[in-house]
Design a protein around this ligand. Sequence first.
Ligand SMILES: NC(=O)c1ccc[n+]([C@@H]2O[C@H](COP(=O)([O-])OP(=O)(O)OC[C@H]3O[C@@H](n4cnc5c(N)ncnc54)[C@H](OP(=O)(O)O)[C@@H]3O)[C@@H](O)[C@H]2O)c1
Length: 239
Amino acid sequence: MATALITGATAGIGRAFADLLARQGFDLVLVARNEARLKLVAKELHDKHSVAVEVFRADLSRYDECAWVEQRLADTARPIEVLINNAGFAVRQRFAKGDLLAEQTMFDVLVRAVMRLSHAAAQGMVARGSGVIINVSSVAGWRHTSTYAASKAYVTSFSIALGRELRNRGVKVTALCPGFTHTEFHQRAGMDMKRLPEFMWLDADALVAQGWRDAQRNKRISVPGRQYQALRYLLKFWY
Ligand SMILES: NC(=O)c1ccc[n+]([C@@H]2O[C@H](COP(=O)([O-])OP(=O)(O)OC[C@H]3O[C@@H](n4cnc5c(N)ncnc54)[C@H](OP(=O)(O)O)[C@@H]3O)[C@@H](O)[C@H]2O)c1
């Protein structure tokens, strides 16, 4: 069976991708920092779907640990057919007065790791003439607000460019741009979301299903939810 590698697979959107792909019969390689949680998720998915699940503890902000994942992706003896670059978090602070290391760490996970893992995966996919890369970006990339937003703008632009480069090589690349989604993301970033109206929230399972469908159709950008599709249209006139 084909194998999918998912970063940030223990919670939220990454976990929803792990469920969806396991249901479809993919063997999985799950990447995150918390090893105990990785093992728990791996056992649940294996028991429920009878797929092989490998856990890979790595902090993608660390160059050495990111390189372990690159090596796994480049291993021709154990090919990866699907790469989901999903791991991420936000740092909430003003840039000039803020902690530079925190900005750098976020940048390394959201941008550097996505770029390096895409490169490691794409080489084998091109050689085999097949593969899918989904880079989890954000609607935040449409606005000019922070290192987080700028990083997501990179992810979207980079994914479109890579998709164009590989379109005749059998490799599909999609930037998945979620809006606000119920996950651990906002709590981890210390954001108070109580005032966000209910209609702005997305469900992780539904958005992942949409993202996967759009990737199968080789769409460059996937924007789940009518509210965010409308926002995308309106922002074209704003900037
Ligand atoms: N939730 C939203 O509203 C929303 C909207 C738009 C885009 N997104 C994007 O969606 C992606 C997933 O976010 P989520 O909402 O699902 O967040 P989440 O529930 O907080 O899950 C984040 C996942 O990433 C892993 N992770 C975090 N830092 C990591 C690191 N340095 N190295 C390896 N793994 C790391 C976490 O596991 P460990 O802590 O164990 O490492 C966890 O599995 C992110 O790229 C985020 O920017 C989210």
